[in-house]
Design a protein around this ligand. Structure first.
Ligand code: AMP
Ligand code: SF4
Length: 457
């Protein structure tokens, strides 16, 4: 999922279009935009599919105004295809309309929803955006910022919320610092985005990250900051660096490509192997493969090629679709891999489907040996912060030892990176990160146990 807001720039919806397009890797199920025109009217368009499929010139010109909020939807398993779940959610209220978009997952959503329903709230969707909107006390006497701060402090879990009223944007990040959110400057206006890669295509310059527990108000007075929580800490999702984000994005001051390359270098020291060439699985593992090759002195080769016209397989909502997707996605280059001992670098093993398929493909193309090196630790626990890493039952490393996984995927050897080395790959820029899907240490208070997370998926 991702959020993107523009304040004070002409043709804001066209900029959001470009920005969302650059973050399409974060969600392909659906997308939406809400804009505010000069008369404070809000316009909305949303739909299932890619940014290019949902929006066209006519739709963008109908989204008038110099403020616009956009969202990309990434459906976790069981999420369903409900248009109401596509954000931004738009709320009409006599004190003023507002729109909300969210990235992450609120772990105490069920409790809060039950409470709000018992007080008379009627929900139209499963979105966390709607949950926050109902939680904000609209009748309160105090200025709106305080009612938003109070609402944010009641939420546990991970979030990057952008709230757009008729004349301002509020950018809010969870107090545990799990999901990213950055602020950029564009002319006289501002941009907030889940990833900084969107700033480049929009022509904006990176200002800074929204800090954990911070709410940044953007309006005609510029930027103002408040902390809505007494406590805050940095626990950026390690999977953002390992897999999710684009290499050209900077998260919490650490560039994603630099992180991945460093993790490849470190993996060579943790898990060397005798190989003739290093091959990375495109696209997310290429930076790490470069690092592994550079550090080991083994030549880097393009042994696998990716079909550019297919999206990420994992994001597809069912296992059978994902399996077909893996087959369509990659091919091995025989002239490069034939007769070679290969160090195959991939970012992660979740169910094992991808690694098994790639090892088979390389052997079919004549590879002599395939040594799989994974630039992340063994994934043994489900994520409850909005990343679809599947249920614990389906995680191959939760049920099998490294030796067994090696046999299952058909590799000659297999090794994973340690949590310690993975964290060190930020080169000191991140003192802590969330590694919960690897080590089971969830950074937020948990309102339910792991078996319940499994049932919900
Ligand atoms: P699997 O085939 O289930 O083992 O999936 C592993 C592959 O999926 C890796 O090569 C990653 O590039 C990718 N991947 C890992 N985590 C995720 C995620 N949460 N969403 C989408 N793709 C992922
Ligand atoms: Fe990221 Fe894993 Fe933590 Fe989820 S559990 S937020 S995927 S590191």
């Amino acid at each position: 999922m991702s959020v993107l807001g523009v304040y004070g720039v002409e043709h804001a919806s066209s900029l959001v279009y470009y920005g969302l397009h650059s973050m399409q890797h974060r969600g392909q199920e659906g997308c939406g935009m809400v804009s505010v025109d000069a008369e404070n009217r809000m316009h909305r368009h949303r739909g299932h599919g890619l940014v290019q499929e949902v929006f066209n010139e006519a739709k963008l010109s109908a989204l008038e105004g110099n403020m616009c909020l956009g969202h990309l939807l990434y459906t976790t398993a069981g999420g369903g295809r409900n248009t109401d779940n596509i954000e931004p959610r738009l709320f009409l209220h006599r004190t003023g309309s507002f729109a909300v978009a969210h990235n992450g997952n609120i772990v105490n959503a069920e409790q809060i929803r039950n409470y709000l329903e018992s007080k008379g709230s009627l929900f139209q969707s499963n979105t966390n955006a709607e949950l926050l909107a109902h939680l904000i006390k609209k009748e309160a006497e105090e200025p709106r910022i305080f009612t938003i701060m109070e609402a944010l402090d009641m939420l546990e879990g991970s979030f990057a919320f952008v709230i757009m009223t008729e004349n301002r944007l509020y950018a809010c990040r969870d107090k545990h610092g799990i999901r990213p959110l950055a602020i950029g400057k564009l002319g006289d206006g501002y941009v907030v985005s889940s990833e900084t890669c969107a700033f480049d295509v929009m022509g904006a310059e990176v200002l800074r990250d929204v800090e954990p527990g911070e709410i940044v108000t953007i309006d005609e007075k510029g930027l103002r900051s408040r902390n809505y929580s007494l406590t805050s800490e940095h626990n950026m999702c390690a999977m953002e660096y390992i897999y999710f984000a684009r290499p050209d994005s900077d998260i919490d001051g650490c560039n994603v490509h630099a992180f991945r390359k460093e993790s490849g270098r470190r993996l060579w020291h943790e898990a060397p192997c005798e190989a003739d060439i290093v091959v990375g699985v495109p696209d997310s593992s290429l930076s790490a493969a470069m690092g592994y090759a550079e550090e080991s002195g083994i030549p880097y080769e393009m042994g696998l090629i990716k079909n550019k016209y297919i999206g990420r397989t994992f994001i597809l909502p069912t296992q059978s679709l994902r399996e077909k997707g893996v087959k369509m996605k990659l091919s091995a280059i025989r002239s490069i891999v034939e007769g070679k001992r290969i160090a195959l670098i991939d970012d992660s093993i979740v169910r094992g489907t991808t690694s098994k398929r790639i090892v088979t493909m390389l052997r079919e193309a004549g590879a002599a040996e395939v040594h799989v090196r994974i630039v992340s630790p063994t994934m043994k626990y489900p994520c409850c912060y909005g990343v679809d890493t599947t249920t614990q039952d389906e995680l191959i490393s939760a049920k099998h030892s490294v030796e067994e996984v090696c046999k299952i995927i058909g590799a000659d050897s297999l090794a994973f990176m340690s949590v310690k080395e993975c964290l060190a790959s930020s080169n000191g820029k991140c003192a802590k990160m969330c590694f919960a899907c690897f080590d089971g240490k969830y950074p937020t208070p948990m309102t339910h146990d792991i078996s319940e997370i499994n049932k919900k998926k």
